[in-house]
Design a protein around this ligand. Sequence first.
Ligand SMILES: [Zn+2]
Ligand SMILES: [Zn+2]
Length: 250
Amino acid sequence: MKVTIIGCSGSFPGPDSPASCYLVEAEGFRMLLDFGSGSLGALQRHIGLYDVDAICLTHLHADHCLDLCGYHVARTYGPAAPYPRVPVYAPADAPRRLAAAYGMPEEPCLETAFDFAGLAPGTFEVGPFTVTAATVNHPVEAYGFRVEHAGRSVAYSGDTGESNDLVKLAADADILLCEASLVDKPDLPVGLHLSGRQAAEHAAKAGTGRLVLTHLVPWNDPAVVMDDACRGGYDGPVELAHSGAVYDLT
Ligand SMILES: [Zn+2]
Ligand SMILES: [Zn+2]
């Protein structure tokens, strides 16, 4: 399994990264975790425009899903259209919400390009991957994902405040891609996002092999987020996500 960070900027794109998008590949199958603002552009540095086989969306905030609108254009009107429909695992409201964002009537809901399936907590198969979705702690319906293949695993927090379900989801994962949107301080908001310290605490409890701090908001100093993470009691390797980083889990 190979994991490529396409976008890791929190809440909106930054100068050096699109918003959230991670490419997970195995056995020639290519799956995206989130498809946030700007990520369709950077994705094409790594795979062909039409090479996406499945998409999983953690939640329907714009920085995690909005490039599905542009990708609908590519797959519906591209030179060799129609292209095969791409399965999209997302909160149940995704067809209506994304059609509204696109400016399309509710029917046909972007369904020339995508085959939507509603998410619920649990485990399902996508191509060669075993994907587990768990509810996390954010103001809207939101999931974290664990992707497993050939005995290796990567967990992705999506957007969340402190969450025991995230700890369970990430248990013993090789990598935890964990959001660290907030600069640490007393009285952090509950049920919204994590600081670097909190991300590291989750990685420590879960016993993950590596912690990658992501969803880095452009108004924060990433060095401060990293310093915060060093106070989370996690003794494994910690790094800041960057667009283009590749993790080869073979
Ligand atoms: Zn976000
Ligand atoms: Zn969000």
